[in-house]
Write a protein that binds this ligand. Sequence first.
Ligand code: SAM
Length: 307
Amino acid sequence: MTDRCNLRCFYCMPEEGIDWLSRSELMTYEEMLRACALLVANGISKIRITGGEPFVRKDIMPFMTGLSKLPGLEQLTITTNGVLTAPHIPELKRLGIRSVNLSIDTLDRDRFFAITRRDELPAVLHTLDELLRHDIEVKLNAVVMDGRNTQDILPLVALTKDLPVSVRFIEEMPFNGTGKAHPSHWDHIRILEAIKEGYPSLQKLPDPPFSTSYNYHIPGHKGNVGIIAAYTRSFCGTCNRIRITPQGMLKTCLYDGGVLNIRDLIRAGQPDAQVLAAFHNAIDHRAKDGHEAERTAVHESMATIGG
Ligand code: SAM
């Protein structure tokens, strides 16, 4: 949707932000809708809107309305930091959005500020309440970071006791916009061990097809727990996702450097058949896994990629 964001999570971008895309570089809503309509007519059944922060882009709701009307689209979802989201929830519900991913790395206000460089935890918690009040399924995303929020793992898991939410712990990836990676020592195995220490009764759930998370349940809890091995990349074999960055770059893997610019094809006046053929060609040649994809990539901010 955009590379811009109203938070400055240190694992995603530097405090001063990144080199923002100019308006002319961004795909217009019309271009995005055309690309999505083409993909949905040809077998894509789920679209997730992300960024950057989707709600900082002006006029997002008319665009969402357009998407929601695409024949054949089974699921429309959104990933948000929850700061500006709450007033839009009734409209999201009306559009048929059944599930939202909300990012929250800690329940402690000081640590939230230290991680995101903004004092917005109350707004995020309000969004969580409102989503649940509107009966929208919520997946909470928490990146696990050495020395930053590992003490939050168990309190976040505890939310699943009374709330019907899925709390998903994500391995930190090297997309912090600084060009310098600091690989986390918290891989999915260590995260699982930390959860089991607090909840020895944790049970493995069957993972749905194409799932990127390993899923668990604690007996007696209303919600579930998931772990996303985003850095270890042990789920590549079942990943069926593609993504399009705000400047129209198709990525067949989060780790690749972009394999085709859809915006440029559209702006060059290519007919749908040509754009579709280019999509097919790119998808047919996708890397075997995220390690192979990474060989040709540079590490950008996750806000540019679309996390
Ligand atoms: N602004 C929205 C949000 O915060 O949910 C959507 C975009 S954000 C880039 C999407 C997700 O990517 C968030 O859950 C965020 O925590 C995650 N993310 C960003 N940088 C990451 C990194 N370096 N490693 C792992 N996850 C990251």
